[in-house]
Design a protein around this ligand. Structure first.
Ligand code: PHE
Ligand code: CO
Length: 295
């Protein structure tokens, strides 16, 4: 098998340009350096500590069950020995961002692509694209949860379908992914908790998403979410709050085709807007929000 490459975005005069790769590779575990294992360990310990009382119990429990430790970068093959019997998901090793349809196809078949390489020490607090820490620490634990595992497969199938409908449908569906899988909050009797991977893998956003007065925190409503733009370069202006993973999967059972048709007739909402119909947990002060256009 060919040597896996480290495929990263390119910095051009037009900003970051994502570079896609479709290769599925063998995890080059022996090639990780001491520095790479140390980056994993530092981030793992820092986030675990921060997330106690902040991440959802389902996430923390699932992460414990998987047997990840801060001692070394996990071997995907070992994690698969736990994950596959639990929910039928397997981790596959990739070089970086995948083209949308390849990504959907993997999810639809319960394969979760994990980037093999980890950020450099100078990127410890922020990296503009998914690396091993984001993918493994952030996304993989909840694949142990049966309901969330089903949701991810359904999302993959929905992605293949939306891809066939057209680019606008894909934009609507991507917003759902963004505001749930990546940046979702969940309501519990103890208060709001984090489950989105983009938050759990970020120290700054773990604090901001729960404790800052700046962002809106609004009850999840499917069509509302699919109509809302988001930020890719700053913390979110709005987080959507589910009551349970059961609620999330139930909301996504219906055929989205009529929703895509409706949304094609109306304008998207800016990321920070609060609507009269919203179930507002907290209304953000908007402090520090970027004023340029949302994605
Ligand atoms: N029900 C959606 C459709 O018809 C598929 C889907 C399920 C999308 C779960 C996202 C999450 O397209
Ligand atoms: Co992600």
């Amino acid at each position: 098998m060919n040597q896996p490459r480290r495929v990263e975005h390119q910095q051009t005069d037009k900003g970051h340009v994502p570079v896609y790769t479709t290769a599925v590779v063998e995890q080059p575990w022996d090639q990780y350096r001491a520095e790479d294992h140390a980056t994993w360990g530092t981030l793992y310990q820092r986030q675990r500590q921060l997330l106690l009382g902040r991440a959802s119990d389902e996430f923390l429990k699932a992460q414990d069950e998987m047997g990840m430790t801060p001692d070394a970068i996990p071997r995907f093959a070992e994690l698969n020995q736990v994950l596959e019997p639990a929910t039928g998901w397997t981790l596959i090793c990739v070089e970086g961002l995948l083209p949308e349809l390849d990504f959907f196809d993997h999810l639809a078949n319960r394969r979760f692509p994990v980037t093999w390489w980890i950020r450099r020490p100078d990127q410890i607090d922020y990296i503009a694209e998914p690396d091993l820490f984001h993918d493994l620490f952030g996304h993989v634990p909840l694949l142990m949860n049966p309901v969330f595992a089903d949701y991810m497969e359904a999302y993959g199938k929905g992605g293949v379908k939306a891809h066939g409908i057209g680019p606008e449908a894909l934009v609507n569906l991507s917003r759902l992914y963004w505001y749930t899988v990546e940046f979702g909050l969940i309501n519990t009797p103890q208060g709001l908790r984090i489950y989105g991977s983009g938050i759990v893998s970020s120290k700054g956003e773990s604090l901001y998403a729960l404790e800052s007065p700046a962002p809106n925190r609004i009850g999840f409503e499917l069509e509302r979410v699919m109509r809302t733009r988001y930020r890719i370069d700053t913390y979110q202006k709005t987080y959507f709050v589910i009551d349970s993973f059961e609620q999330l999967i139930q909301a996504t059972y219906p055929d989205f085709t009529p929703i895509y048709q409706r949304l094609a007739q109306v304008e998207a909402h800016p990321a920070g807007r609060v609507l009269a119909s919203d179930r507002v947990h907290t209304r953000g002060t908007g402090e520090g929000w970027a004023t340029d256009a949302d994605a």
